[in-house]
Write a protein that binds this ligand. Structure first.
Ligand SMILES: [Zn+2]
Length: 249
């Protein structure tokens, strides 16, 4: 991994400062779970543009009302407006040690804007992409079986019930969600790829700011791998050594 050109944070070496982290991953890779674990571990917030938009509208801020006006006309909320919401959020003190970005930046313009915005800060955004082979993702989604009585979730490929289509607990007939189909899966995958391609390329082409982790492992192994990757991207060798021996969760 290449050395970073940015200065290291002025922190005690025992306290790791994660800085801004963009987590990427196709539907079904477990991004939400991993984001939550990072949030808890480092006591940093998750910044989701969907949440920001909802809050601004709820609180009737100037930006929120502007967004509402556009949405009422059936128009998309422009990048610029979303950027302003992010800029405001990043002035809050809980973001000082870092944050997990969720759904932002979504375009090349937003990625460039964010870098300009963070030009004076100690740590740049790093992007970590959780990668799971498409065949496995397809099985995770189209194999999902749900018990309508007790809510247990099975997977016909990886965690099948002992009797085909029947819940182990009380014998109810398992059902599938209407959306858990192959065409819907491919539609979502294509949307994901076309949405993230430019952003992935942006961080990939700026040395030391992009890494992929294998998401086809247990949740704990993926967490450990994300942490190791993050420490590596931040050149935090002390922390890197510790996570290799540590039991995550
Ligand atoms: Zn059941």
């Amino acid at each position: 991994m290449s050395m970073m050109s940015m200065p290291k944070p002025l922190s005690n070496s025992s306290i790791f400062v994660p800085g801004p982290v963009l987590l990427l991953g196709a539907p079904g890779v477990g991004k939400g779970t991993q984001a939550k674990r990072l949030v808890e571990r480092f006591s940093i917030p998750q910044i989701s543009t969907g949440d920001l938009l909802r809050e601004h509208r709820k609180n009737q801020t100037e930006l929120g009302m502007l967004a509402e006006e556009l949405m009422a006309k059936g128009l998309l909320v422009p990048d610029d407006l979303v950027n302003q919401m992010v800029a405001t959020r990043l002035t809050e003190p809980d973001t000082r040690n870092g944050y997990i970005l969720d759904g932002f930046p979504r375009t090349l313009n937003q990625a460039e804007w964010l870098d300009r915005q963070l030009a004076d800060s100690l740590l740049p955004v790093v992007a970590i992409s959780i990668v799971v082979p498409e065949r496995i993702l397809l099985e995770r989604i189209t194999g999902r079986l749900i018990c309508p009585v007790c809510g247990t979730i099975y997977n016909m490929y990886s965690e099948p019930p002992s009797q085909l289509g029947i819940c182990d607990r009380e014998g109810a007939t398992l059902t599938q969600r209407a959306d858990d189909t192959e065409p819907v899966f491919y539609e979502r995958m294509n949307a994901f790829r076309s949405k993230t391609a430019a952003v992935v390329e942006y961080y990939r082409s700026h040395g030391g700011r992009f890494a992929e982790v294998d998401g086809n492992l247990s949740m704990d192994e993926v967490t450990r791998s994300i942490l190791a990757t993050l420490f590596e991207l931040r050149n935090a060798t002390d922390s890197l050594e510790s996570v290799q021996h540590e039991k995550v969760r």
